[in-house]
Design a protein around this ligand. Structure first.
Ligand code: HEM
Length: 531
């Protein structure tokens, strides 16, 4: 029995007002809630931190907050839906209390730009959490779980430089065979089973792209140890970094349960396995002198002397770079199976290129595929990849658009709500494939622009903008080209031939990435394919 998971399930169950039939967890909850009740009597309402002073505007707070616990219960069991709802009620910015922490949410791109970019110096920290910072990031190493320092700056700069368009030919050599294999697997699975759940096949592809990029290796099958190691890293780290698992960072009283459940020992066990797996891959890559991210990091001035920092950086890339790209491609297939007419334009566009050049386009030819580029951007806008990106924390008080955000506040960009913001996007709830037809800028370049020059905001903000954006866009481009030059995506049909479309409103609200719930479609070979 895994007591840690019980604690997390229990927390979720408490949020849902249900009681799991588990004695240990129930006793733990009673103890903890009792302790909280005691603290309730002693604690004072902390909302004063966002009250207006000096004429600044007050950041509104939704109803339903309790002393000490804050809005944890008010989030309910559909937290993303609730967070979006609060934007509708309260406007572009609001604040909730999560135990001892203050969380602020923003859905206006201009306000977010002011917070994360203009005030970037004060908002580039990550909030401290036990698992992610102390254990996973080995006390502040790597990129994602480290706070700004000279080493962090150097490491991020090296990642941007190595994962940049200048290395496109090297990456494309790795990505193209993976994309070809993906198409074969999608076709084969549909032929065998009549339909295919696209997410596991996409995850296999994107994990392979990441391990090829980082270590110059690939997994032959899902049974390969390397695939199992990276999958464990992604799932276990995402689970342990989730808010219910990090509860003691919000409710310090919960630390008692963490001690009881030997949580730190379990974290250490996982991190030891992670370190061992990544170290083995690094050693092999260096021994075989393979051109890859790992080798390039060791060659960077100022980085080679700190192998732990490189290990965590590679772990960050595996964690941040596999599920995200797979989720984007899953949503693309789920959305586009509804629109045969859009797929026809995508096919015609790539066919036109093949007729003229006698080959498939590469990323260098992306200007010849404006419709495909626009559809990719619109899919990312319409169904964002993460619900909330990654949190930033203020290291000093800032005032943005008149709102005073205190030091130590966790600030989130609400991805769903921002991408449906009616003051920024016309008809935001409609999927408009040619919305970005006149915007030829690649997504990775747009991610570092001012709001009016950005297509969408999935790659985050300011000094923390995703360093893998080019790699992700390259991967997405190559899959799109191959998919539409060779295949048609259809919905599954019932016995009477009525299409059953995957539900766009159903996605996992508890995960960091927004994975569709039932991404089952049919991928059919084109009989008129030119290549
Ligand atoms: C569609 C694919 C992807 C999406 C939507 C995405 C999105 C994001 C977001 C939202 C952040 C947080 C930014 C912030 O804090 O404001 C982030 C950070 C990061 N991403 Fe990506 N990402 C993708 C692919 C990748 C890939 C392929 C890699 C690596 C090769 C990667 C590596 C990283 C790293 C290392 C960070 C941490 C940056 C930092 O903390 O300074 N990502 N990404």
């Amino acid at each position: 029995m895994d007591l840690q998971r019980d604690a997390s399930d229990l927390y979720k169950a408490i949020l849902k007002n249900t009681t799991p039939g588990n004695n240990n967890a129930t006793i733990a909850a009673v103890l903890s809630l009792g302790a909280c009740a005691w603290l309730l009597l002693r604690s004072s309402h902390s909302a004063s931190s966002s009250k207006a002073i000096d004429g600044s505007k007050e950041i509104p707070e939704p109803k339903g907050g309790l002393p000490y616990l804050g809005h944890m219960f008010a989030l309910g069991n559909q937290p993303v839906t609730q967070l979006n709802q609060w934007h509708e009620e309260l406007g572009p910015i609001y604040s909730i209390r999560m135990g001892v922490k203050q969380w602020v949410f923003v859905n206006d791109p201009y306000l977010a730009h002011e917070i994360f970019n203009v005030n970037g110096r004060f908002t580039a920290d990550r909030p401290h959490t036990t698992f992610f910072m102390d254990h996973y990031a080995l006390g502040g190493k790597g990129i994602a779980g480290a706070n700004p320092s000279l080493l962090w700056k150097r490491t991020r700069a090296a990642a941007f430089q190595i994962l940049s368009p200048k290395n496109r030919p090297m990456f494309e050599k790795l990505h193209v065979p993976e994309a070809d294999m993906l198409i074969e697997n999608l076709l084969e699975a549909t032929e065998k089973e009549g339909s295919v759940n696209v997410t596991p096949l996409l995850q296999f592809t994107t994990v392979n792209v990441i391990i090829a990029t980082c270590f110059g290796k690939r997994a032959e099958s899902r049974d390969d140890q390397i695939f199992k190691d990276i999958t464990e890293l992604v799932h276990e780290a995402s689970f342990r970094a989730s808010a219910p698992e990090e509860l003691s960072s919000y409710l310090p009283i919960w630390t008692i349960l963490d001690i009881l459940f030997q949580k730190k020992k379990k974290m250490r066990g996982f991190i030891e396995r992670r370190n061992h797996a990544i170290q083995r891959l690094v050693d092999e890559a260096l021994e075989n002198n393979v051109d890859c991210f790992a080798k390039s990091l060791f060659e960077q001035e100022g980085l080679g002397h700190d192998p732990e920092n490189i290990l965590v950086t590679l772990s960050d890339s595996a964690l941040a770079g596999s599920e995200t790209s797979a989720t984007m491609l899953s949503w693309s297939m789920v959305i586009l199976c509804r629109y045969p007419e859009i797929q026809k334009i995508l096919r015609d566009e790539v066919d036109q290129f093949i007729r003229t050049h006698g080959r498939l386009p590469t990323f260098d030819d992306r200007d010849s595929l404006p419709y495909s580029n626009s559809v990719q951007k619109e899919c990312m806008r319409f169904m964002p990849i993460t619900h909330l990106g990654l949190p930033h924390e203020t290291n000093q008080e800032i005032v943005c658009h008149g709102y005073r955000i205190p030091k130590g506040t966790t600030v989130f960009c609400n991805m769903q709500s921002m991408h449906r913001n009616a003051t920024f996007y016309t008809e935001p709830s409609t999927f408009i494939p040619d919305r970005f037809l006149n915007d030829s800028k690649p997504m990775y370049a747009s991610a570092n622009s001012r709001p009016e020059g950005r297509d969408q905001f999935n790659f985050g903000w300011g000094r923390r903008t995703c360093p893998g954006a080019f790699l992700a866009e390259l991967e997405i481009f190559n899959v799109y080209v191959r998919l539409f030059s060779k295949c048609i995506i259809e919905p599954v049909k019932n016995e009477t031939g009525v299409p059953i479309y995957p539900d766009l409103d159903k996605f996992d609200q508890s995960a960091i990435v927004s994975v569709p719930n039932n991404p089952v479609v049919r991928v059919i070979k084109r009989t008129d394919a030119l290549i």
